[in-house]
Design a protein around this ligand. Structure first.
Ligand code: C2E
Ligand code: CA
Ligand code: CA
Ligand code: CA
Length: 279
């Protein structure tokens, strides 16, 4: 038994060692990924509950790794943050997303009101004094109207927000850029933030949607969150909707937009175009 235990230990340290090594390789590779154009933006539709048409689209980064395949952000974003690459990558996503929507507008004769692009902002981007000028730059060089851009911020990234972040967010909305509060309900003081920040939309976190199966007790929480957002006059987006039951419930409670696998996973630009625009 002793020997067995020892073998387990050896195996464990071996795995740890391999993991550290492969992380080091991944870090090294990531420092070149932007230059080598290995990052890709995927797009997930947000469908209007009333018209059933696509009204918004969230830009979600992927790393098309040469040997590991398409990697989701969960695998590499923390690493990008540690390596101080997150701002540069974030700006690349913003620019790519703005360019993409502009191209779709031109190609499919879309009006500004018809389709909005949502881009996630990391905490570091929010703290950056250049935020306003970086956003302006992305809009100007793409020629996209500010009203077509929605920036998604999380509660955790604004929790320790000094006044200048609040001011920066107000400046963005004065420019006509929209703000969405992402992962709503997962932070510790949701209500406080809602009146501090000029928020346009509220994204009910997918954990609340996932909790909605048939259990009546959970329904109340989700129902209360949706009603609260509606009461504040915000656009309510249900995220992570996978089943018809979840869709029906969110719809019956007055959600404005639905985002989730029920309609589509995040897909590449060409697939998004084929599925939602070229019709
Ligand atoms: P998020 O902003 O909350 O994005 C939604 C995540 O939920 C996406 O994961 C999406 O693929 C996933 N999702 C959508 N519908 C469903 C569903 O029906 N079921 C389930 N189980 N999942 C669903 P993804 O693309 O892996 O992104 C994970 C997180 O990485 C994002 O969470 C966001 O926080 C971050 N992220 C992604 N792209 C960027 C980016 O360009 N910049 C920054 N700063 N963060 C990003
Ligand atoms: Ca998001
Ligand atoms: Ca979210
Ligand atoms: Ca999240």
């Amino acid at each position: 038994a002793k020997q067995n235990g020892r073998n387990h230990f050896c195996l464990y340290t071996d795995i740890l060692h391999q993991e550290t090594q492969s992380n080091a390789i991944l870090e090294e590779e990531m420092s070149y990924a932007l230059q080598l154009e290995q990052f890709v933006v995927y797009y997930q539709p947000q469908i209007c509950t009333k018209t059933k048409k696509v009204k918004g689209v969230e830009a979600l980064i992927r790393w098309d790794h040469p040997t590991r395949g398409v990697l989701a952000p969960g695998v590499f974003l923390d690493m990008a943050e540690e390596l101080n690459l997150i701002s540069e990558i974030g700006q690349w996503v913003l620019q790519t997303a703005c360019n993409q929507l502009k191209q779709w507008q031109l190609q499919y004769n879309l009006l500004d009101e018809e389709l909005t692009i949502s881009v996630n902002l990391s905490a570091l981007q929010l703290q950056d004094v250049r935020l306003l000028s970086l956003v302006s730059h992305a809009l100007e060089s793409s020629q996209l109207s500010p009203c077509c851009l929605e920036l998604e911020i999380t509660e955790s990234s604004i929790i320790h927000s000094p006044e200048n972040i609040v001011e920066r967010l107000h400046e963005l909305t004065r420019k006509n850029v929209k703000l969405a509060l992402d992962d709503f309900g997962t932070g510790y003081s949701s209500i406080k933030h809602l009146h501090l920040f000029p928020i346009h939309s509220l994204k009910v976190d997918k954990s609340f949607i996932a909790a909605y199966k048939q259990k009546k007790s959970q329904d109340k929480v989700l129902e209360a969150m949706i009603n609260f957002a509606k009461y504040l006059g915000l656009c309510v987006i249900a995220e992570g909707v996978e089943t018809a039951e979840q869709l029906d419930f969110c719809q019956s409670q007055g959600c404005d937009l639905i985002q989730g696998y029920y309609y589509s996973k995040p897909i590449c630009a060409a697939d998004f175009e084929a599925k939602y625009l070229a019709i």
